[in-house]
Ligand binder design. Structure first.
Ligand code: ADP
Length: 421
């Protein structure tokens, strides 16, 4: 009984709402009918027409409003209206702060507490975030001129982080606002790295190009009739084109590695066979540099999962560096032994030279792209500055590690730790 009367009541309310929504249409119709009545004097029809209009207005749907009523009903049915703001804030992974019309904090989620020290309910966000861009953001949202706005903001301490901060009003007339901080630091770092990389690569290519173009000019001008100079210059130009070709090969290697970040699973590499062929292929370079390569391989099966061509490139780069930079040591040892890591079974491949070694301060940086201890020495040794970064890239794909030990004057040891599974 109570249900029926409640139903009747809500039907009455809905009817009234419909009439109210179509009030302008209704008013126009009634005026039109009475105008006809007044001028033409057709009383009965006019009354009938007015009644028909009333019925039409009561039944006519107004699309947008009906949709919003439907959406509201759906929200109510899903229980969203009863959901606490705290739960919603906690479900957001980015730092989120809810504040009121005086810019005082009302609530912050766990990510916000972790990102910004010293947050507390009631605290003034204008005092907490004093940067001019944050002040401008708070002012613009609290002025009510816009419903949402965003700025870039950099938090300097404890570590520098850059955020895209968006501010918006919460719901209708709640008097609450929300700040969401999207961490952009990693994207910025990658953008910077990419820009540096392009600048370095362009510089590396421009240097030999400038040299070639200079020699072409000399050959067409002052050295035009000098056969001895021509031969010498052509040799230099050939060396420079070789340098450009090596650089382009290394750049392509890096980009290929980036294009397929994951290894094809299920392939195995026989370390003994692969390292043997690396040593054979670098035989001429070793002989040219007066280097004797010694092998110290453990007995048994030396097999790891991985890509044979890629691991070949790793050992080739390391052995080539040992022959080039460790030339003065006269010999290089390549050893394969069971890994020392008790947690993970695997093999350690060490390439050790007895040359000048690498000073401690350079070791953490020599796997960076284009980083060289001695740029001129690297160039005379036909280096591109990309060898070790390619090595590092490949090893990451193999879930492997590179460790470098060196004592100045006594040589350097590069060890690749490869997991057996
Ligand atoms: P490059 O093409 O210049 O050889 P790499 O990335 O292979 O580039 O190596 C980076 C730098 O690390 C080299 O320029 C060199 O200064 C240093 N380096 C690498 N291997 C050795 C080594 N075995 N002994 C001394 N220095 C080395």
């Amino acid at each position: 009984m109570a249900e029926t009367s409640a139903e009747q009541e809500s039907t009455g309310q809905a009817l009234a709402a419909r009439l109210w929504r179509n009030r302008w249409l209704l008013a126009a119709g009634v005026v039109a009918v009475f105008a006809v009545y007044y001028f033409a004097g057709v009383s009965g029809y006019a009354l009938l027409l007015a009644l028909a209009l009333l019925a039409a207005a009561a039944m006519l749907p107004v699309d947008a409003e009906r949709q919003s009523t439907d959406a509201a009903a759906a929200i109510e049915a899903s229980g969203l209206q009863r959901l606490s703001g705290e739960y919603l804030a906690a479900a957001v992974a980015d730092p989120l702060i809810i504040f009121d019309h005086s810019a005082a904090m009302v609530h912050a989620n766990a990510a916000a507490f972790a990102a910004f020290g010293g947050l507390a309910p009631g605290m003034s966000l204008a005092l907490k975030f004093r940067a001019p861009e944050m002040q401008a953001l708070l002012d613009s949202i609290l002025s009510g001129e816009v419903a949402s706005d965003a700025v870039d903001y950099t938090e300097k301490l404890p570590v520098e982080r850059t955020y895209r901060v968006s501010a918006s009003t919460v719901g209708h007339a709640t008097g609450l606002y929300v700040l969401v901080f999207k961490d952009q630091s990693e994207t910025r770092r990658i953008d910077r790295m990419r820009a540096d990389f392009i600048a370095n690569a362009s510089h590396e290519l421009r240097t030999p190009l400038a040299s070639i173009s200079g020699f072409i000019e000399t050959l067409r001008g002052p050295a035009r009739n000098d056969p001895a100079a021509r031969d010498q210059f052509l040799q230099i130009m050939q060396n420079q084109t070789g340098r450009m070709a090596r650089l382009i090969d290394d750049l392509l290697s890096l980009s290929r590695l980036e294009m397929k970040p994951y290894l094809k699973p299920g392939t195995e590499v026989d370390l003994r066979q692969t390292i043997d062929s690396v040593i054979d292929s670098l035989g001429p370079l070793a002989a040219e540099n007066g280097i004797v390569v010694e092998r110290e391989f453990a007995n048994g099966r030396l097999v790891v999962p991985g890509d044979r061509d890629e691991l070949f490139q790793v050992f080739e780069n390391l052995l080539e560096n040992a022959c080039k930079y460790g030339q003065s040591g006269g010999h290089v040892t390549v050893s394969v032994a069971a890994g020392e890591d008790a947690q993970q079974a695997g093999f350690d491949v060490t390439i050790r030279d007895y040359g000048p070694g690498i000073a401690e301060e350079h070791i953490p940086r020599i796997t960076e792209r284009f980083y060289r201890v001695d740029v001129e020495n690297s160039r005379t040794q036909k280096g591109t500055g990309l060898g070790l970064s390619i090595v590092k890239h490949i090893l990451t794909r193999h879930n492997a590690r590179l460790s470098i030990k060196s004592e100045v004057g006594k040589g350097a040891a590069f060890t690749v730790h490869l997991p057996a599974r």
